[in-house]
Design a binder for this molecule. Structure first.
Ligand SMILES: Cc1cc2nc3c(=O)[nH]c(=O)nc-3n(C[C@H](O)[C@H](O)[C@H](O)COP(=O)(O)OP(=O)(O)OC[C@H]3O[C@@H](n4cnc5c(N)ncnc54)[C@H](O)[C@@H]3O)c2cc1C
Ligand code: SF4
Length: 459
């Protein structure tokens, strides 16, 4: 530790400016799908944690959908108590190493930090990620020796963040949990959506091993409704939790959307991951090397597509969004990363038609004094549609007496119990396409209510 640094200095937040871990240079990182941030060293972690003002009313904690005990674990990090900090992180979050990487902190915990008023918010996400990574590297495990079996079993359908959030909490409370997923690895969109430069796939494998160690059983490559019926699961388990996500791509009914030069964002991203990891899934691989690429959309999915195309050495990559930059719904950090890597951003253009040669747009900010034409045409070889996702209710919902809303999302009570008393649901299939951390929060909430049905209260 440098001599000038004193732990607990009341002016620490000024003397130690906000400092995220360094990133790999844009040129170097654009050549591969590995993560872009270097590990933070211990000294920087302690200095950054020590910037917390411990403001009494922790707005960060309220804004975090999991209500993580942020100031408490920051204090532990400040005092070098990393194992205790990791344990406290895991008390509210089963996937801290993942949230630290992919949460849009600039809209959540760090936005609410008292220092986020020009002084630079505490780097909460980066600290969470680094400490949770240490827990995995050192094999720090929770002591579950006192947990008694409840002689109850729950089937979780979907190994995405909602399903994992539910499975972990139930297991920690003595419930036997079996998680079913149609894909060959756990994670849902964490594995088969978000690219490796934001979240390396080895992290999910380590998390699976950890969950298996504490007693969660996974049955992968198993689709409910095809390989096993919902009726069978209802017979075999005391309760069920559904965390199956939302997978119907929005296409805006855009003219030309079915042309061969058009790719749906998730098809593109999954095809890439399947090819990189040799998963043998029946997914098409799209190689955009040397292509002029346009990505339509402005959220996290669009950012993942443009940055993947850069890494495939596309000749040019344009992200075209219908509103202005401030209105973009995704993480600002990811937009900045995309800009550094060479993505061109064009704002205020609404697509009106895709042709084999490119995309026609209308300006949404047309001003006769500033613009010659109201319409614009941009040439491209490939167009990626990243307009978001809608619900895709399973055919067996009726058979299981599960009702949906008009837009196909599952109807639940506040407890996340569906219209079938034995079945709970959470994550994107209840809220609509949202965030990893909100899906985990719902999985945990449902688990608490399932435990309460079993006569147990999670403390
Ligand atoms: C490209 C992309 C990038 C994103 N980036 C971010 C980000 O940076 N930060 C962030 O917070 N959020 C991000 N999101 C959103 C986030 O990934 C989702 O909100 C979150 O994964 C939802 O979790 P879930 O558990 O509800 O569903 P999912 O993650 O979709 O998991 C559902 C699982 O259910 C399985 N399943 C479905 N039907 C069946 C069946 N019948 N039988 C067996 N298994 C079944 C699926 O195979 C899947 O594994 C992104 C989304 C996308 C598409
Ligand atoms: S889970 Fe997400 S919102 Fe909550 S503290 Fe961690 S990074 Fe922030």
């Amino acid at each position: 530790m440098s001599e000038s640094f004193k732990i607990g200095d009341t002016l620490s937040f000024l003397n130690n400016p906000r400092n995220l871990a360094n990133k790999r240079q844009a040129d170097a990182r654009s050549g591969d799908f590995n993560e872009i941030y270097f590990k933070s060293d211990e000294e920087n972690l302690i200095k950054q944690a020590d910037r917390c003002l411990d403001c009494g009313n922790p707005y960060c904690e309220w804004k975090c959908p999991l209500h993580n005990f942020i100031p408490n674990w920051l204090d532990m990090v400040t005092h070098g108590q990393f194992e205790q900090a990791a344990s406290l992180m895991h008390a509210t979050n089963p996937l801290p190493e993942i949230c630290g990487r992919v949460c849009p902190q600039d809209r959540l915990c760090e936005q609410a930090c008292t220092l986020n008023t020009g002084l630079g918010a505490v780097t909460i996400g980066a600290i969470e990620k680094n400490i949770a990574d240490q827990a995995i590297a050192h094999n720090w495990r929770p002591d579950l020796s006192a947990v008694k079996s409840l002689n109850k079993s729950v089937a979780v359908i979907g190994a995405g963040p909602a399903g994992l959030g539910c499975a972990e909490l139930l297991t920690r409370n003595g419930v036997k949990v079996v998680v079913y997923d149609k894909y060959p690895e756990i994670g849902g969109l964490l594995t088969f959506g978000i690219p490796g430069f934001k979240l390396e796939k080895s992290i999910l494998i380590k998390r699976r091993e950890f969950l298996q160690d504490i007693g969660v059983e996974f049955k992968l490559n198993t689709e409910i409704g095809i390989d096993i019926s919902i009726k069978q699961l209802q017979q075999d388990y005391d309760s069920l939790f559904l965390g199956m996500g939302t997978y119907k791509a929005v296409d805006g009914n855009l003219a030309g959307k079915d042309l061969p030069n058009v790719i749906q964002s998730l098809d593109y991203l999954i095809g890439n991951i399947n090819q990189q990891k040799s998963y043998q899934m029946d997914k098409c691989y799209y190689d955009l090397k040397g292509k002029e690429v346009i990505v339509l959309g402005g959220g996290d999915t669009a950012m993942d597509c443009v940055r993947s195309a850069i890494r495939q050495q596309a000749a040019s990559v344009k992200c075209v969004y219908r509103k202005n930059e401030a209105a973009m719904p995704g993480s600002k950090t990811e937009v900045q990363n995309a800009k550094e890597e060479g993505v061109q951003f064009i704002f205020n253009l609404q697509p009106t038609e895709i042709t084999p040669e490119g995309v026609a747009f209308e300006r949404t900010d047309f001003d006769e004094l500033k613009h010659k034409d109201k319409t614009v045409f941009l040439n491209s070889d490939k167009v990626v549609l990243a307009f978001g996702f809608r619900a895709n209710p399973a055919q067996w919902f009726d058979e299981a007496a599960i009702k949906t809303t008009d837009n196909g999302l599952i109807q639940t009570k506040q407890t996340l119990q569906t219209t079938n008393k034995k079945i709970y649901a959470g994550g994107d299939m209840v809220s609509g396409a949202d965030l990893v951390v909100t899906a985990i929060a719902q999985g945990r909430e449902a688990a608490k209510n399932i435990l309460s049905d079993f006569g147990l209260v999670d403390d």
